[in-house]
Design a protein around this ligand. Sequence first.
Ligand SMILES: Cc1cc2nc3c(=O)[nH]c(=O)nc-3n(C[C@H](O)[C@H](O)[C@H](O)COP(=O)(O)OP(=O)(O)OC[C@H]3O[C@@H](n4cnc5c(N)ncnc54)[C@H](O)[C@@H]3O)c2cc1C
Ligand code: SF4
Length: 477
Amino acid sequence: MAKQPMLKFVSLERSMPTKRDADQRNQDFHEIYAEFASAKAAEQSSRCSQCGVPYCQNHCPLHNNIPDWLKLTAEGRLQEAYELSQATNTFPEICGRICPQDRLCEGNCVIEQSGHGTVTIGAVEKYLTDTAWENGWVLPIQPKVEREESVGIIGAGPGGLAAADVLRRQGVQVTIYDRYDRAGGLLTYGIPGFKLEKDVVLKRIAQLEDAGVKFVLNCNVGEDISFQAIQGQHDSVLIATGVYNSRDFQAPGSGAEGVVRAIDYLTASNRKSFGDDVPEFESGELNAEGKRVVVVGGGDTAMDCVRTAIRQGAKSVKCLYRRDKANMPGSQREVQNAEEEGVEFVWLSAPKAFVGDTVESVLVQKMRLGKPDASGRQSPELIEGADYTEDADLVVAALGFTPEDLPTLWGEEALEVTRWGTIKADFRTHETSISGVFAVGDIVRGASLVVWAIKDGRDAAENILDHLNNATAQAAE
Ligand SMILES: Cc1cc2nc3c(=O)[nH]c(=O)nc-3n(C[C@H](O)[C@H](O)[C@H](O)COP(=O)(O)OP(=O)(O)OC[C@H]3O[C@@H](n4cnc5c(N)ncnc54)[C@H](O)[C@@H]3O)c2cc1C
Ligand code: SF4
């Protein structure tokens, strides 16, 4: 049996609290929380049956050695458990927080499938790495040798950062270019802080900076510097630019004031959490406080929008989705979280028109599910005459993202793209149609997951190292 956490009682005196009282309460809270978290991690880890058919591991994109680090955690060997978990994952504390575990490792846990509730693998992974940071087990990146070759990475999201980590450890000179003023990509400006605290991301960026990775921020490649100039300055280039073209509403009235894009709404909210001056938030344009909010979409971005609106003090929050709950692309766990927080889901519904110069309502058309489409999912079909009106002061479009047209924006026709506009990269090596130029993450996969961007970044970095080594060997011949 796992040891139960000790309960501590903090006296509740009625006198005015001093700063010292507050500090003490903070410390008490952290001690109680640390004991609780440690007991919980041990308890969960000891539930792993060590089944010998590690479906969890096979369904983790990084193939983390989950059973072994759960065993070490159950035995209280936390530092060893952490070392094993970080051997295959560059940012375990980030994945532990935001992987859709119900679709990956935990959804395939044998105990879950036998109906006894999954081992909470993500929570243990987060706990191990948070503990490692607190105890100084996360070591600085110190290359044994410095190499002369340099790699230019375009995009400071998880794909670019994971590649930078691998390359820098091998002594390669790394420069990351990003058009935002902060690094982190969607970890910083997309995913809300209640799912992923920003100091967790900042700590990793600081680790890379301390290791000598150069960040060139506010630098939009294609505008502030050309792609060709980056190619000329580095021995190899990695493209990790993500996908940022928002799909917009096609319905009449979609240009009304108060109809906004999810990425703008979430970026404003994240910027506020950094303490930035955000005029669109202050003016109320991108702030849900006191408003009747309608979010349209069924993916994780939509879930982030509805949960952000709740936290901003919206009067009501509804989520319209054209299919039903079973056919949502987003994580069911996220839907459950949103429902518990007071979000109302309106299934089988899509906007037909937006009413008002400043939006006042959405004309909603009801749908039913018809025959499966090419993807195997049932297609939504219109139900004639079943329209109704949904009042709204703020409508957020969370309809997904497509890639920007990089060959045109960068004047680089040799950079081949697929018919969806994603960059064509070799499945195994991640090399693009241009020799020495590699690509990873969403710009190759289309909108995907952080853990896949990390996997791609790590794998591409290994192939970039091979490319650099081959070039050096050829030069020496
Ligand atoms: C709202 C939202 C919530 C999400 N929640 C989750 C989640 O909970 N769990 C999960 O696993 N995944 C989630 N995702 C998906 C996940 O964030 C992405 O799959 C992942 O961030 C992709 O990583 P990336 O490195 O390919 O690109 P990104 O993280 O998008 O980073 C790309 C970077 O490239 C920069 N860039 C782009 N073009 C240029 C240019 N021309 N010049 C310079 N810099 C450029 C951008 O500024 C950005 O910083 C979410 C996505 C969104 C939109
Ligand atoms: S990286 Fe994601 S999928 Fe893999 S073990 Fe961690 S939480 Fe699960």
